[in-house]
Design a protein around this ligand. Structure first.
Ligand code: SF4
Length: 442
């Protein structure tokens, strides 16, 4: 837990020698608490005090990096229980388990399908992150499957080997890609932690109970393995949520360093709908990685859209640049639709304009990322604001007519907007879904 300025002051020499550049030790302590200065500026601090101060400045949940891709998957370093308190920082990695007992052709087909799971939503690229290769039989086949997957994907890898020999063989092929090793348990902790240290790769620690998990992470630390991910195994949904919540709570609220690591969850369901619902629950609370079997795009898109929503900053709505957007081969006679710069509003309108196949312009007015009705209620989407925007963007030089289409929900402003802007106002449909027929009949 972060120390207050007074807590830090108690650990300082209190001689006010000024060598740190501050007039007093208390002033230095206050600056340290604000992270405005480094602890090394005080040459007289005792080693044990320094250790305490350094420990207090570590993140409560360790940041763990997996893979060598761009971007690399980074999980952990979360600071709050609830998204509205601040934000969640490192989006949960979504991955897929490939069993090594599939044929080579089946594995290749699966990898191609997973590599193709890329989507764009409200202007952001949504990608899956990981492929986990699971050993079902002989070590040789596992290593062969790992080699095949590694050659065909840029995604991060999880090596789900059954024993040290299989994992060593797989690591000899893939260590530079920084795969996640799965897993060290009570039975094999020493040997698997040694592999993690030798190959400098992150490691999953498995135990069904949190107490055992806590003991094992401390043992792994003593063995030199520090980049850890926690797994409490496949359990009924309610129990698993309890585990994930307790791990997060212990790390954040009780400063329990031995549980201060991100968690991995394996969803073991045959029914794809049940799998999607369970995975969605873990993405919401509090998995760092969720591994599923289903590779259908509907399932991946639903989970990635959920993840996108959870990991956006609740204080800062997704916004697009306020300006005039030409859609299709828009020319000076094309209709002009007005909306806000809230990403979801803009992209919903864009999708319908594209569906109409009527080349058009969309003007996104700067409403600080608020949607149409919210912005109107907050007086951010007003006749004055819209008039300023069309003047600033030079709309009169873009089209040869003087007609604007406003959302049906703000029809009430049409008269005032017409007076203020001097443009003829046409009230469009309330719902974006009505735009295609509206534009075709305009
Ligand atoms: Fe206090 Fe250390 Fe600064 Fe001297 S250098 S004033 S002892 S904090």
């Amino acid at each position: 837990m972060a120390l207050s300025g007074l807590d830090i002051y108690k650990l300082l020499p209190k001689t006010n020698c000024r060598e740190c550049g501050f007039a007093t030790c208390l002033a230095f302590a206050m600056a340290l608490a604000k992270k405005a200065v480094s602890i090394d500026k005080c040459p007289y601090i005792l080693p044990e005090s320094k250790e305490k101060l350094e420990a207090s400045s570590l993140p409560p949940i360790k940041l763990v990096s997996i893979g060598d891709g761009d971007p690399q998957l980074q999980i952990g370093n979360e600071t709050v229980m609830f998204r509205h308190e601040e934000k969640f920082h490192h989006p949960c990695g979504l991955g897929f388990i490939i069993d090594d007992n599939l044929t080579d052709t089946q594995i290749a087909q699966k990898i191609d399908k997973i590599n193709g799971l890329k989507f764009e939503r409200v202007g952001q690229q949504l990608n899956v992150n990981i492929i986990a290769i699971k050993q079902n039989g002989a070590a040789a086949r596992f290593i062969e499957a790992v080699k095949m997957v590694s050659a065909k994907t840029q995604l991060a890898l999880v090596l789900m080997g059954r024993d040290e020999g299989a994992l060593r063989g797989a690591l000899e092929l893939t260590a530079p890609k920084k795969p996640l090793v799965y897993c060290a348990s009570k039975e094999n902790l020493a040997s698997i932690a040694k592999l993690s240290v030798e190959f400098k790769v992150p490691l999953v620690i498995y135990a069904a109970s949190l107490d055992t998990l806590s003991e094992l992470t401390q043992e792994a630390n003593k063995a030199g393995a520090g980049d850890l991910v926690l797994d409490t195994g496949v359990k009924p949904l309610a129990q698993k949520i309890w585990d994930l919540t307790q791990i997060r709570r212990q790390a954040l609220k009780k400063s329990q360093r031995s549980l201060g690591y991100p968690c991995l969850v394996v969803v073991d369901r045959e029914d794809p709908y049940a799998e999607a619902m369970e995975a969605a629950t873990y993405i919401s609370k509090y998995a760092g990685i969720v591994l599923i079997k289903g590779t259908e795009s509907w399932e991946a898109l639903a989970l990635l859209a959920l993840r996108q929503n959870i990991y956006t900053d609740p204080q800062r709505p997704l916004q697009i640049e306020p300006k005039i957007y030409a859609i299709g081969r828009a020319n000076d006679k094309s209709p002009v639709l007005i909306t806000t710069n809230f990403s979801l509003s803009y992209y919903t309108v864009l999708g319908e304009v594209e569906a109409s196949k009527v080349p058009s312009y969309i003007i996104s007015v700067d409403t600080e990322g608020m949607s149409v009705l919210t912005a109107w209620a907050a007086e951010k989407f007003t006749p004055d604001k819209i008039t300023d925007s069309i003047n600033k963007f030079g709309l009169k030089d873009t089209v040869s007519h003087k007609k604007l289409i406003i959302p049906g929900y703000v029809a009430v402003m049409s008269g005032e907007l017409e007076d203020k802007s001097g443009w003829q106002i046409i009230v469009g449909p309330k719902e974006a879904a009505g735009i295609p027929s509206f534009l075709k009949n305009l």
